[in-house]
Design a protein around this ligand. Structure first.
Ligand SMILES: [Zn+2]
Length: 560
């Protein structure tokens, strides 16, 4: 997901508690494994209602199962039955949690398929958008679209609405005959029904977290393309062909670059991109079917080509980071978003060179620092102990995205290109179709680099904030020595006041010579002396931007 560029959302989360974040668990306790959701839906557009006839096949995890608890928000159930026997099942429901009593205890390796017949008027999850008209002319059709992340799917589908359980899905969606439906995975059929409606049947046979389940209903112009054997679809409004070409024209090239960089082929069997009206985010990486805010994609036609390119590459990168390998819980959202944001820069590097890559990393850093400056109180780390799936502002912010992107860059600089991309490949192959936590990411990059990286993840991922360094530079004419004094301010972080461990590249230039040294800054105060003999003309610290996320102030050169 990416936030809207047109909106500047600043949320102040004051008084984040000081916790030892590694000790906290943000995982849910699971009792069953959801295997397959068969989702049957039709709509009443006038009343914003959805009618569901859906099934969930599941099996117990370790212990026998006599109850199944699911997430379901404000749903009116007509019936809940055992699909195979047709027998009614007893249930308790409080508008949020649905607790179903099974007629017989389910043992290991036994499956059950639950069938739900229901209706709802969802306040979240499904959004009904009226058409845009000018007199008699319809400029844009009515739309129905979903937004699942973080936990909105259970507003229209009784489900286990948490990222750590992956299931296959099937969608059977009945709409008006003129409407199109863009769903997840392969379109099995599109049939005109006897009653004049149309039914679309999609099947997504690669298991995925349920927040990635989606559909869009509306009338679109579809532009078709192909990358290898993967069909690509760009769904835009009539007359939007030129904008689609500008916005989505590089999709194939991005797929090729991401496959090449990660060493992992695009993991799914199609990729659709659809614009919708009123979308609350810039884009959302629904599995095989990204949804975008039309206002963001329209920027491609209004001088915003670069912004749109970053957005499109970000959402595509989620096919690897987020959709193939998914955060285990919301505190670990950075494992989706920081890597997807970093891949925007990696695509720029491949197409425009290193300079443009660093420009993106620098821009990400500035955005994070500006956001962070809004308050002195410690914010969350990349590992986000403040994550609240009911409050987007606690998670989808410049820490998770922009700081995250710059920190992934620093990891790359720390372990070197070969180990970094080897680690990326290992991450995607080890945890494919699975979920990850920070400790898994750390272990993977330790394996790839042969180095111990506990210190790196402690300070850059678990810790909030960033290092604050001031440098005094003095040149002694008599001795010909340049002395640099580094002072590091202990940072008020969620894990207490701490100092960073920073390998800083120092570059000094006189009219005669250049000097390069690396200082391992880890104390409150450290000095570095370089015999330059003559007065230095230039002193630069971290000139290659290996550690962008820092507050660095350098006082003017003093000469005595
Ligand atoms: Zn994203």
């Amino acid at each position: 997901m990416r936030t809207l560029l047109l909106l500047l959302l600043i949320g102040l989360h004051l008084g984040a508690p000081i916790v030892k974040s590694e000790d906290l668990s943000f995982n849910r306790v699971r009792h069953f494994d959801a295997i397959h959701y068969k989702i049957g839906l039709r709509f009443d557009k006038k009343r914003n209602r959805v009618f569901g006839d859906s099934e969930l096949t599941l099996r117990p995890l370790s212990k026998p199962l006599s109850y199944v608890e699911l997430d379901a928000r404000d749903i009116d159930f007509n019936s809940i039955t055992d699909h195979d026997t047709g027998k009614q099942l007893e249930y308790e429901y409080n508008g949020r949690k649905l607790r179903i009593k099974l007629n017989e205890t389910l043992r290991q390796f036994q499956n059950i398929t639950l069938r739900f017949v229901y209706s709802a008027r969802p306040r979240q999850g499904i959004y009904f958008i009226p058409p845009s008209v000018d007199g008699d002319k319809v400029l844009r059709s009515a739309q129905i679209w979903t937004q699942g992340e973080a936990e909105e799917t259970h507003h229209w589908l009784p489900s286990y609405d948490f990222p750590d359980d992956k299931a296959t899905t099937e969608q059977i969606i009945k709409v008006e005959s003129e409407d199109d439906v863009i769903g997840n995975g392969k379109l099995l059929s599109n049939t005109l029904d006897e009653d004049g409606t149309r039914t679309f049947h999609y099947k997504m046979d690669v298991p995925h977290s349920i927040y990635l389940s989606s559909f869009v209903v509306g009338r679109f112009l579809k532009i078709e393309d192909r990358y290898r054997d993967i069909p690509l679809g760009y769904y835009i409004y009539p007359g939007g062909g030129e904008i689609a070409a500008k916005a989505f024209g590089k999709t194939k090239d991005m797929m090729r670059v991401f496959e090449d960089l990660t060493g992992v082929k695009y993991p799914f069997n199609k990729y659709d991109q659809t614009v919708v009206a009123g979308f609350p985010f810039g884009g959302m990486e629904n599995i095989t079917a990204t949804t975008y805010a039309d206002t963001e994609i329209n920027m491609a036609g209004n001088g915003g080509a670069e912004i749109v390119q970053d957005l499109v590459s970000h959402e595509l990168a989620h096919s690897w980071f987020g959709n193939l390998v998914t955060c285990r819980n919301w505190a670990e959202l950075w494992t989706n978003e920081s890597f997807a944001s970093f891949m925007e820069a990696a695509y720029r590097e491949r197409t425009n060179g290193r300079k443009d890559y660093l420009r993106k990393i620098r821009a990400d850093t500035s955005e994070y620092l500006a956001y962070n400056a809004a308050t002195e109180v410690a914010r969350h780390g990349l590992f986000n102990t403040s994550a609240d799936p009911e409050d987007d502002l606690t998670m989808f912010d410049p820490v998770t995205y922009n700081k995250g992107s710059a920190v992934v860059h620093t990891l790359r600089e720390e372990i070197g290109d070969t180990a970094f991309w080897k680690g990326i490949n290992l991450h995607l192959t080890t945890y494919r179709f699975d979920n990850v936590e920070t400790k898994d990411v750390r272990e993977t990059f330790e394996k790839a680099s042969g180095r111990s990286l506990g210190w790196f993840f402690d300070q850059w991922v678990y810790r909030s904030g960033h290092p604050k360094i001031s440098v005094r530079q003095r040149f002694d004419r008599r001795t010909g020595i340049l002395t640099l004094t580094f002072k590091q301010k202990a940072v008020n972080s969620q894990v207490g006041n701490v100092l960073y461990h920073l390998p800083l590249d120092i570059f000094v230039e006189t009219s005669e010579k250049q000097y390069r040294q690396t200082l391992l800054l880890s104390k409150k105060s450290q000095q570095l002396a370089i015999k330059t003999r003559i007065r230095p003309q230039l002193v630069e610290i971290d000139r290659d931007l290996k550690i962008p996320v820092k507050d660095l102030s350098i006082a003017p050169l003093e000469i005595k």
